[in-house]
Design a protein around this ligand. Sequence first.
Ligand code: ADP
Length: 500
Amino acid sequence: MTQELDESRLKALVDTAVDGVILIDSRGQVLMFNPACEKLFGYRSDEVIGRNVNMLMPSPYREEHDRYIHNYRTTGLKKIIGIGREVTGQRKDGTTFPMNLSVGEAKQPNGGSNFVGIIHDLTERKLGEAHRAHLAAIVESSSDAVIGKDLDGHITSWNKGAERIYGYTADDVIGQPITMLAPPERKHEIYDLIERVKRGEVVYQHQTLRLTKDGRLLDISLTLSPIRNAEGKVVGVSTIARDVTQLIAAERRVRELTAELVHTSRLSAMGQLSSSLAHELNQPLTAIMNYTEAARQLLTMAATAPPRVLELLEKASGQAERAGQIIRRLRSFVEKGTVERAPTELNRVVEEAAALATIGSKVDGVQTVYDFAPNLPPLNIDRIQIQQVVVNLVRNAVEILRDAHRRVITIRTRPTDAGEQEVSVADTGPGIPDDIAAKLFTPFVTTKETGMGIGLSISLSIIEAHGGRIWAEPNPEGGAIFRFRIPTELPTKALPASAD
Ligand code: ADP
């Protein structure tokens, strides 16, 4: 304190100080308590002045403070004087708060000492720290990789998620170029991305490939955003990387399955059509053959017939015979089909097909319940064809439930006592209309405006080709249940369906 500073100016300074200012004498008695202190501690200055400053401290400091002062007076060893320290203050209401205390000594003309304490409230800063710690914990616990890098592309931070995805620890990578994570042909892309972020751009969900420590290639979705300093200048790049390898594999699988199913469904539809065509054509062809044969015989008996007519009739009959053979061959081809059987887990087949068939059905409020029997032995089936059946049944259920009040599809698998495996698809729709119940599995039977009426008849031929049976029955809870059973031991030749 300089001499020119008169008392009133000093008082004005202390009174308006943002920080708390306390003056105590060498025994710890408060001589001055400024307005900022009143605010901090909740005491009026007249409640504090003349009392021991330790009233502003929580235990155990309160009890120890007199000893501190005593020690300093006797040993001259400075613990806090001249330096700042983080300590805890106690308010009038008993609550405590973090504060930074710096203490200065003011030697008195009489040889004693007064001490000035400057108190800075750290509550806000502590809250800021807690907030930052909270954010840091979120980053740390994120399953995504959160990576910081400078504008040259050197890694500056690396969370647990990054460690899990890429296999490197923070020690392995901090300070290293981020390009170490990219396969050779993608390295240039990283610099392009950083350039965009330097310009202040945020890059959302950029899909790319990255390499793990052990050399695996991952499908990664990146979101990059600029890190700015207090002046708003871009000083780094923050990257959130999500491993989408499995997601992409699943999408690919769905695409493949859909393509396969569409293909088989076209084939089956064609097969079904040709089979019915063959059936329909067979009768008129036989009739043509019979008529031409009869005509030929009549002409042979009538002596007037020109020989050329006889010859032509014979040819017509031969051609009709040939057409009949073509059709018989076609039928036998279609009926045998090109079934490719392999030992397959029924549950898996049903699950995949049902997943496909119910895509988008949640939007319509349709709930799908699975109830699969465990440990079913593998069945010798054509996976794609059986999936086709399940897709048909589940799609029909989804469609019928669109206008239903309760919308639940229950898909079950179970072994039967006869050693078959059964799949059932139960819905809570209106049930099967009486007038079509008997011919449900016949081609071209439909109640839908745009229906082909071919799904169930194809399903029937597929299940029969597997030596199994398919049928529909009313659901006791309302709605319909479609069931099919496939024998574990497949007959070498397809058996005709028997009524259940
Ligand atoms: P499409 O679906 O083209 O009509 P399908 O052969 O798959 O051909 O079905 C034939 C008919 O069977 C349908 O039009 C419908 O009337 C009836 N049907 C099928 N599934 C159900 C079901 N779950 N509930 C009630 N009726 C059904």
